[in-house]
Design a protein around this ligand. Structure first.
Ligand SMILES: [Zn+2]
Length: 107
């Protein structure tokens, strides 16, 4: 419950009593509180784009490189799946061979 207490507070009476007598848990709670504090500093903020960037962003065609790659993969999905299966089979075969080679010779 220490991470939740660090995030939201609300330590129960039992927990507060325990923390009063247990330095390990106090240290752990302090670690979580410091972490929550530092994560809070990473919150995203909305920033205005520099002048000239917004029109350039709007001018990017809707079918950008990522969309072209995605549609290419969709068209050739069967070939990619076949390749992935072949790679898995080859890896499994290599593992079996490796295990076989490593087995000590019978005495
Ligand atoms: Zn403790």
């Amino acid at each position: 419950m220490l991470p939740a207490v660090a995030r939201e507070g609300g330590a129960t009476l039992n927990l507060r009593r325990h923390l009063a007598s247990c330095s390990r848990c106090r240290d752990e709670l302090a670690t979580y509180e410091a972490l929550v504090d530092r994560l809070g500093g990473l919150r995203s903020v909305t920033a205005e784009p520099p002048p000239g960037l917004l029109p350039a962003l709007i001018a990017i065609p809707q079918r950008g490189p990522a969309e072209r790659v995605r549609s290419h993969v969709e068209i050739h999905r069967r070939a990619y799946l076949g390749g992935a299966v072949a790679a898995l089979v080859a890896a499994a075969g290599a593992f079996v061979v490796h295990q076989h080679v490593r087995r000590p010779a019978p005495a």
